[in-house]
Design a protein. Sequence first.
Length: 197
Amino acid sequence: MIGKLSGTLLEKTPPQIVIDCHGVGYEVEVPMSTYYGLPALGAPVALLTQHVVREDAQLLYGFATAAERSAFRHLIKISGVGPRTALALLSGLSVAELAQAVTAQEARRLLKVPGIGSKTAERLLLELRGKLGSELGLPATQAGAAAAPANAEQADIEQALLALGYSEREAAAALKALPPAVGVSEGIRLALKALAR
């Protein structure tokens, strides 16, 4: 098993890169989150890797962080989710965003990733529940516990704001500014007032 590669970055053609390790060039596929953090060609680079053996190929996948590799390993264990889909997910969402989506059971966030349909999104939410977040070393707030609406009213207010075209970040900021026990209609009114400023 190849767990880590250290060497010189020879080629960058997303999603694939080539790392020269003492005269041997390893082709490694990386998520875009890792790709954007790579140094210039000819510079030293070190990546954690996952070696995948198939009937027709042996492939290496590289990651900048242990959390990314751990998430990738969880993803490829799910029926119907191969390495390509796992790379697409990690390219479209950070590990923290993926953990938040799983914790809050938000299929729509996963559906924004190309190649993820509603059945796959539902399977991901079911299979990953309880496996992302604390296991990846993320603090509870980063894993999504604090990001989820506190109650049904807040969830309804958030849905209304999203339906009106506000981003998740704007909706979350507006929810934080609301009084604790506000009703849905009053909450929407106050949130819209806050967002209009």
